[in-house]
Design a protein around this ligand. Sequence first.
Ligand SMILES: [Zn+2]
Ligand SMILES: [Zn+2]
Length: 76
Amino acid sequence: MNEKRDRCGNTPCSWCDRDDWTCRFCLGSGWWRPEKPHRDNSGGLTWARVEEPCRMCGNTGKEHDPLPGSAPTSHR
Ligand SMILES: [Zn+2]
Ligand SMILES: [Zn+2]
């Protein structure tokens, strides 16, 4: 059971004010599950799946601050 936060902690935050933009990285869950390298007892390298709060949206599940330059620009 994982909870997500209503606000990312920045106030005011225009991203938290929106409800119509789901975080692309966690798909709105506020959590993501990356795989991280993990060395087991015999020295072998395996991948362990970890669960952590989504950093891209501050655990809110709402899109925050898309990467600069990712917004489409038009020159017409
Ligand atoms: Zn926010
Ligand atoms: Zn997210």
